[in-house]
Design a protein around this ligand. Structure first.
Ligand SMILES: Cc1cc2nc3c(=O)[nH]c(=O)nc-3n(C[C@H](O)[C@H](O)[C@H](O)COP(=O)(O)O)c2cc1C
Length: 137
């Protein structure tokens, strides 16, 4: 089965609480299961990184809700691709509040997605700086 994979980074709202994260986790566990979406949401105090994988129409429907969600802002999608297989068999929330136990394979996916996010943010930074430079006169 061909699946679709999407990943983004965003900035948590400054007011976000442990309760908000519990609520997101509850909704996501239920809705992602219904939509056959697997992936990982990594919450750090200054950044969300999320990988979603599943049917394209399900990912699109979910992203409409996620983009409208005021508990974060500055969403930057840095990965969109189709794949032959899922890299994760469940949906996981990993947060500074709640460190979910993960298998070695899941830890590796988490590391890869965090690295890809940081590379994409470094690129964005470089674009911004080149835009600001005065250039040759
Ligand atoms: C960073 C972040 C990640 C989220 N991830 C998911 C998710 O994977 N699945 C999900 O159902 N909701 C997720 N949510 C919650 C959705 O934005 C939304 O509130 C929920 O799906 C209910 O959608 P609705 O308000 O359109 O009914 C996330 C919210 C945030 C702030």
């Amino acid at each position: 089965m061909t699946i679709y994979r999407l990943a983004y980074v965003s900035r948590p709202s400054p007011e976000i609480s442990a309760d908000d994260l519990r609520q997101i986790a509850e909704t996501a566990a239920r809705r992602n299961a219904e939509l056959e979406i697997t992936g990982i949401l990594i919450h750090e105090f200054h950044r969300f990184t999320q990988l979603l994988e599943g049917p394209l129409d399900a990912i699109e429907a979910l992203m409409v809700s996620i983009i409208a969600d005021e508990r974060h802002s500055g969403i930057r999608i840095f990965l969109q691709q189709s794949a032959e297989a899922r890299s994760l068999s469940r949906w996981i929330l990993w947060s500074d509040y709640d460190r979910t136990a993960m298998s070695a394979g899941e830890l590796q996916v988490r590391e890869e997605i965090v690295r890809a996010a940081l590379e994409s943010l470094a690129e964005l930074d470089a674009e911004r700086h080149s835009g600001l430079s005065p250039g040759p006169s």
